[in-house]
Design a protein around this ligand. Structure first.
Ligand SMILES: [Zn+2]
Ligand SMILES: [Zn+2]
Ligand SMILES: [Zn+2]
Length: 273
């Protein structure tokens, strides 16, 4: 029998973060594209739209609800999503909200959507059938049961036993949120991180950060800019997400520093204090 001689103390794991989708807004493969990444057999080059599942001893929740939410939850064998948290309201982050209907039935209660005011407005417009008088429309018995819980920049909130820190990020001109839970931060669709927010992202074990491609882009980090931020923030490990078909998993991995790797759909990250 082998003895485990590790002298490092494993910190108490509070929860697990599953990166459900690592693709940019049109997904990878891109419909109709014949490039080497889109035609690749490597499962790590197949990227659904962005989203995160968090499993805690008190239940499951998600960050963002992309258009492939149902398929992602089935793939990850999720059981009952008790809450959704939103980074921002772009279509690739909210179009799966109707897939939360089943959880409203199972909970026999509304599913709370934690978001900023502007995100709430967009969700109300996009899913108007979920917020109007059900007797007046065709979805009488089938509209999702949803409610809003307001979160704001710089105000921590608690959900399913986890303390979640909101972090202001910029997505081009658009202010959006990133989230830090214990030793892990999830920041997607970022193009710049304000100085105050960078302070909130120090001493991380894991930083998940978006990287669209090699060339600069007005509203998303490109590879050099992401690596520059990672050098400043010095997480123990960084994972790149929200990637386009211009990034091949194996080729990208080879050019990254040892503490940086591309994320992939299904990647699991331990959250501890
Ligand atoms: Zn996006
Ligand atoms: Zn392609
Ligand atoms: Zn976006």
């Amino acid at each position: 029998m082998t003895q485990n001689c590790e002298d490092t103390v494993t910190p108490e794991v509070l929860a697990e973060m599953v990166i459900m989708g690592t693709g940019t807004s049109i997904g990878v493969p891109v419909v109709g594209c014949r490039c080497s990444v889109c035609l690749s057999d490597n499962p790590r080059n197949r990227r659904m739209r962005s989203g995160v599942l968090i499993r805690t001893p008190q239940g499951e929740m998600i960050i963002d609800a992309g258009p492939e939410l149902r398929m992602q939850l089935v793939r990850e064998r999720a059981t009952l999503i008790r809450a959704a948290i939103f980074t921002h309201s772009h279509a690739d982050h909210i179009m799966g909200i109707d897939d939360l209907r089943i959880f409203g039935f199972q909970l026999d209660d509304s599913v709370p959507l934690y978001c900023e005011e502007g995100v709430e407005e967009q969700i109300r417009q996009t899913f108007s059938y979920a917020f109007s008088d059900p007797s007046t429309h065709a979805h009488k018995y089938a509209a999702p049961r949803l409610r809003f819980e307001r979160i704001t920049e710089g105000q921590d909130f608690s959900l399913l036993g986890l303390d979640i820190r909101t972090i202001r990020l910029k997505h081009g001109e658009l202010p959006i949120l990133g989230f830090r839970i214990g030793n892990v931060a999830f920041c997607t669709d970022v193009s710049t991180i304000p100085a105050d927010s960078r302070e909130q992202l120090r001493n991380l074990d894991v930083l998940v950060l978006n990287t669209l491609r090699h060339k600069p882009h007005p509203t998303h980090l490109h590879l050099d800019a992401a690596l520059n931020l990672i050098r400043q923030l010095q997480p123990r490990q960084a994972y790149l997400t929200h990637m386009s078909h211009e990034l091949d998993y194996d080729e990208l991995l080879k050019e990254l520093p040892p503490n940086v790797a591309p994320a992939y759909d299904g990647l699991r990250i331990a959250i501890s204090k």
